[in-house]
Design a protein around this ligand. Structure first.
Ligand code: APR
Length: 304
């Protein structure tokens, strides 16, 4: 299998490392800065005999190298700076993304595209439109990251082992993120039965601000270990055709009463991409949060 990663920055290079070192696929690392992509790919190859994997990585700025990639991961663009919202990133990243999407469509043969560049739900829409690929083959990585963050927040708040936390975050990867408390569990029990309202409010607040918290610690750039882990889970689901249900930014066509936007929802992921968007029995409040999230993405699409 061959996976191309567009953008050899923090997220892209860490994705490449996870994919290579898990033995899942060969990787093409493409960046506008050719030398950066080459340097990172060569460095990753220097580690191959130590880790003991047999995959290859190349670094390039030439889109002809992505030919016959089954999957393309898009991480090109700017990361958030402290104090900057994901929405402010929109105008900066939109022009990059449009160019990247056209090049992918031209050089890779009907790949599956996973978008990571922020603001995620809007950039995923832009990639879908500009690439002309079926919406089932273009989706975004955010819900896995936000749900994983929520698991950590739950485990720390309730002082339970991390492996016992199983949460779900829907909506946008942004200010209108919608943690689905009704679908979240701790030690197999509904989270809402195990935490006070005050604790639940705190869990939601901390989950929503986790990305900004990491940005403020780092001082420069934004999170990349956890985002790349989210991409890894999605690529593995596609390559192994697992049909597992993962929260992803998917093109909505009436599910949850929402249309014509990309939004974080649970989806069955396999070798053809999104097999199905799964409609869970959300509470009325959670449906309303999703609607608010969808309105916010619609507004950003106007800007786009
Ligand atoms: N084509 C290819 N690569 C590009 C282009 C382009 N047109 N424009 C920029 N890049 C490259 C940059 O050269 C840089 O190496 O994208 C890379 C981005 O890397 P970082 O700045 O390290 O950003 P990173 O932390 O990887 O985040 C990338 O993912 O999680 C999101 O919010 C994050 O939008 C951001 C994206």
């Amino acid at each position: 299998m061959k996976v191309s990663v567009i953008g050899a920055g923090n997220v892209g290079a860490t994705c490449a490392m996870r994919l290579l070192e898990s033995g899942l696929c060969d990787v093409v690392l493409l960046d506008i800065l050719e030398s950066l992509a080459k340097g990172k790919a060569e460095d990753l190859m220097d580690a191959a005999s130590l880790i003991g994997h047999g995959n290859s990585a190349i670094g390039t700025s030439d889109y002809r190298d992505i030919v016959s990639s089954e999957i393309v991961v898009v991480t090109a663009g700017f990361a958030r700076k402290p104090g900057m919202t994901r929405e402010e990133l929109l105008t900066k990243n939109a022009s990059i993304i449009k160019d990247v999407a056209k090049n992918i469509a031209k050089h890779a043969d009907n790949p599956i595209i996973i978008v990571v560049t922020n603001p995620l739900d809007v950039m995923t829409y832009a990639v879908h439109k500009e690439s002309g690929l079926d919406s089932k083959r273009v989706f975004g990585m955010a819900g896995l990251l936000d749900s994983s963050r929520m698991n950590l927040v739950i485990s720390r708040t309730l002082q339970k082992p991390l492996r016992d936390a199983d949460s779900l975050v829907l909506g946008t990867h942004g200010e209108t993120m919608a943690p689905a408390l009704s679908q979240s569990k701790i030690s197999g029990k509904p989270l809402t039965d195990c935490a006070s309202q005050e604790m639940l409010d705190d869990i939601v607040k901390k989950t929503k601000s986790r990305g900004a918290e990491i940005v403020s610690y780092l001082g420069k750039g934004s999170a990349f270990y956890a985002p790349s882990a989210g991409v890894f889970r999605m690529v593995r689901a596609i390559i192994d055709d697992t049909a597992e249900i993962l929260p992803c930014s998917c093109f909505m066509q009436g599910e949850y009463g929402i249309k014509d936007v990309y939004l974080g929802v649970p989806a069955k992921i396999g070798s053809e991409g999104v097999k199905e968007i799964v409609e869970l029995p959300l509470t009325e409040d959670e449906r309303q949060f999703l609607k608010t999230a969808s309105d916010s993405v619609h507004k950003q699409l106007q800007l786009l």
